[in-house]
Design a protein around this ligand. Structure first.
Ligand code: CP
Length: 315
């Protein structure tokens, strides 16, 4: 594998999960792969889990990780080509990217959707420039349209806890005070369908994902009906795709609570975190024995480690 930006780079997600579970049993077994190899983790946006789990994965593989918060301590970067740089941006991405690439063997990039232009976000303008100009493999640590390391960790977690071969996995929109990107639900939907699960998406009208990400998932606008017989409930907020970046609803009737969880097949509750309690999910549900939010976050180490191992093996 050269770059990792979506499930399409993995080819067989079920085989990758088995590989990640083997790594989980023996996390220090591949340290020779990363000896004298450096990974730079570049954050344009905040992070707790991705920052720590990807560093831990690199360390487990014997690599030297370096973290750079672009907006704290680096020069302010211009990302648009052709602008007269007479403002507060000191350096252009087109110089910064190859310079960073010259210092490392792998680059991880986190760059969220900006909600200024749907076309720019959905063309992955920032991530694709790293792929084009860095000269080294690039790992998405959440880009404008996808968060593949999260979705991979989600599948690892579902495989560890599922009670039936093909579980019913429900992606449920839930309310939030701010406009959030579609990267997590896009990747989750795409990845769960590639894994072969029975995928249902429930959302208010106007929150449909882009067709390429909704794929062939069943769409159900009645959240109660969607929850019936579910084995896993994956809650997430996202802003509208059709009215790009807009908040169309903050309806707390969509908050995941115990009454709704009782409609399911004793489903597990999942969320990528960070989560706004009593907006997305009630205290009672997230603290219940059926909540997988902590093991799901812990599996971020092993999704990252599997991806980095495959890239190191290809260098
Ligand atoms: N789930 C996730 O990516 O968490 P962070 O934003 O804290 O990295």
């Amino acid at each position: 594998m050269r770059h990792f930006t979506s499930v399409k780079d993995i080819i067989d997600p079920n085989a990758a999960v088995q590989e990640a579970l083997e790594i989980k049993k023996n996390p220090y077994g591949y340290q020779h792969l990363g000896k004298n190899k450096t990974m730079i983790l570049l954050f344009f946006n905040s992070s707790l889990r991705t920052r720590l789990s990807t560093q831990k994965a690199a360390l487990n593989l014997g690599m030297n990780p370096i973290v750079l918060d672009v907006n704290q301590g680096a020069w302010k970067l211009e990302t648009e080509r052709g602008v007269i740089m007479d403002g507060n941006k000191t350096e252009h991405l087109l110089e910064a990217i190859p310079v960073i690439g010259s210092y490392c063997d792998i680059i991880g990039v986190r760059s969220f959707a900006r909600f200024e232009s749907r076309e720019d976000d959905y063309q992955e303008k920032i991530l694709s420039q790293f792929i084009q100009y860095s000269g080294v493999p690039v790992v998405s640590m959440e880009a404008a349209t996808r968060h593949p390391l999260q979705a991979f960790a989600d599948q690892i977690t579902i495989e560890e806890y599922k009670k039936v071969k093909r579980p019913k996995v429900v992606l449920s929109w839930a309310p939030h005070p701010l406009a959030l990107p579609q990267a997590v639900p896009n990747s989750f939907s795409e990845w769960m369908q590639a894994a072969g699960y029975d995928v249902v998406i429930t959302q208010p009208e106007g929150y449909e994902l882009a067709p390429e990400f909704a794929g062939t998932a069943t769409i159900e606008y009645d959240q109660d009906k969607a929850f019936e017989g579910a084995d896993f409930i994956y809650a997430k907020n996202w802003a509208s795709y059709s009215h790009y970046g807009e908040i169309l609803s903050k309806d707390r009737a969509w908050t995941v609570d115990s009454r709704k969880m009782a409609l399911t097949n004793n489903a597990y509750f999942m969320h990528c975190l960070p989560v706004r309690r009593n907006m997305i999910v009630t205290d009672e549900v997230i603290e219940s024995p059926m909540s997988l939010v902590i093991p799901e976050a812990a599996n971020r180490v092993f999704s990252a480690q599997c991806v980095l191992k495959r890239i190191l093996e290809s260098l």
